[in-house]
Design a protein around this ligand. Structure first.
Ligand code: SF4
Length: 327
C-alpha cells in the first residue's frame, strides 16, 4: 500500500478545508471499501481525512420523518427502534448487507459512496474506464455475469453494490450535503449516476462536498414491505438481483406502492412506471407478475448475465407477494 498522510479533524469546517487544500485527499469513515481499494492500488489518496470525530452520528425524528447522520453505522440504523417501526424496509435492506462486523464499521455515507465490485475495476492490471478513463471496459467482452441489465453504456456495464441505497431510493430519501458552496439537498434518486460517457463518476457529489445526513419522509409503508436479496450464498455476498417492495394496502387493493431494484444498474433502480401500474389493482399473483413484466421492459443482457432477465421478474413477483402477505 502506498504511504499516505492521515489527519483527524474534530470540526466540520476543518475537515472541509483540509480536503479542499489537497487534490489527492479523501474522506474516510468506516473504511470498509476504501481500504480494500487502497491495498489493491485502485485508489491512491495521498491524504486521508478521517471524519469519524465529526458529530454526524445521530438518528433523530424530524417534523417530516427521520434524519440519519452520515456517520451512523449500518448496524445502528438497522437496529434503531424508530427505523424498525417506521422504516422497516430500510432495516431489512441493511441487515441483508455484508456481515455483522462490516455493518458495525460501515457508515451510511460510506455505504452510499462504495464503489462497484466489478472484478476488472479491482485489478489494476486490467482495462477499466471507471478506474482509468479511456482504458476500455474489460467486462464488455469479458466476464460479465454480475453486470447490468439496465442503464449501462458502452463505456461501463457495472452495477452499484449497495442494499441500503435500494431501500432509500424506494423511500424517496433526500441527501443533505455541504461543501464550498454551502449546504444543499439532493433527492436520493439523483445522488448516484448512470455511467454514460463518464463511468469514473459514481455520484453527483461535487468536488470537496461532504455528506451530512439522509432524510427519509414519513410514509404509510410501515407494514407491507419486503427486501428480497438473491445472492450466490446465504450471507456476506453482494446481490445478483435485489428488490425493495413496499405496499400500502386497503382491504386487498393497492393504494400506493414503491419498488426498486439492486444489482441491475449503475445506480439503485427505481421502478416508477411499475409502481404507478400497481395503484388501484387487487393484491394477486397475477397483478404482481404483470408488474414484473412491465418493470423488465428495456432490460438487455450481456453474454453471461442473461439469467438476470428471468431472475429479476421472478424476484419482483416474489418480493411483492411477500410484502402483501401472499407467500
Ligand atoms: Fe470498469 Fe465498468 Fe467496465 Fe467494470 S463494467 S470494467 S467497472 S468500466
Amino acid at each position: 500500500m502506498k504511504n499516505f498522510q492521515y489527519v483527524r479533524p474534530t470540526q466540520q469546517q476543518a475537515a472541509l478545508e483540509t480536503l479542499a487544500q489537497d487534490d489527492k485527499a479523501m474522506f474516510i469513515a468506516g473504511g470498509t471499501n476504501l481500504i480494500d481499494l487502497m491495498k489493491r492500488n485502485v485508489v491512491l489518496p495521498e491524504k486521508l481525512v478521517d471524519i469519524n470525530r465529526l458529530p454526524l452520528r445521530k438518528i433523530e425524528p424530524t417534523s417530516k420523518g427521520v434524519r440519519i447522520g452520515a456517520l451512523a453505522s449500518n448496524s445502528e440504523v438497522a437496529e434503531h427502534p424508530l427505523i424498525r417501526e417506521k422504516f422497516p424496509l430500510l432495516s431489512q435492506a441493511l441487515i441483508s448487507g455484508a456481515s455483522a462486523q462490516l455493518r458495525n464499521m460501515a457508515t451510511v455515507g460510506g455505504n452510499m459512496m462504495q464503489r462497484t465490485r466489478c472484478y476488472y475495476f479491482y485489478d489494476a492490471a486490467l482495462p477499466c474506464n471507471k478506474r482509468q478513463p479511456g482504458s476500455g471496459c474489460g467486462a464488455l467482452q469479458g466476464i460479465n455475469s454480475k453486470h447490468a441489465i439496465f442503464g449501462f453504456s458502452d463505456k461501463c456495464i457495472a452495477v452499484h453494490p449497495s442494499d441500503m441505497c435500494v431501500a432509500l431510493v424506494a423511500l424517496e430519501a433526500t441527501v443533505l450535503v455541504t461543501g464550498p458552496k454551502g449546504e444543499r439537498q439532493v433527492p436520493f434518486k439523483d445522488f448516484h449516476r448512470l455511467p454514460g460517457e463518464h463511468p469514473e463518476r459514481d455520484t453527483n457529489l461535487e468536488k470537496n462536498e461532504l455528506i451530512l445526513a439522509v432524510d427519509i419522509p414519513a410514509s404509510s409503508f410501515t407494514q407491507n414491505v419486503h427486501y428480497l436479496k438473491v445472492r450466490e450464498r446465504a450471507s456476506y455476498a453482494f446481490a445478483l438481483v435485489s428488490v425493495a417492495a413496499a405496499l400500502d394496502l386497503d382491504k386487498g387493493t393497492i393504494r400506493n406502492a414503491r419498488l426498486a431494484m439492486g444489482g441491475v444498474a449503475h445506480k439503485p433502480w427505481r421502478l416508477m412506471e411499475a409502481e404507478k401500474a400497481l395503484v388501484g389493482k387487487p393484491v394477486s399473483e397475477e397483478t404482481f407478475q404483470q408488474t414484473a413484466a412491465l418493470a423488465m421492459q428495456g432490460a438487455k443482457a450481456f453474454e453471461h448475465n442473461a439469467y438476470k432477465l428471468k431472475l429479476a421478474p421472478n424476484a419482483i413477483t416474489q418480493a411483492l407477494k411477500t410484502a402483501a402477505g401472499l407467500s
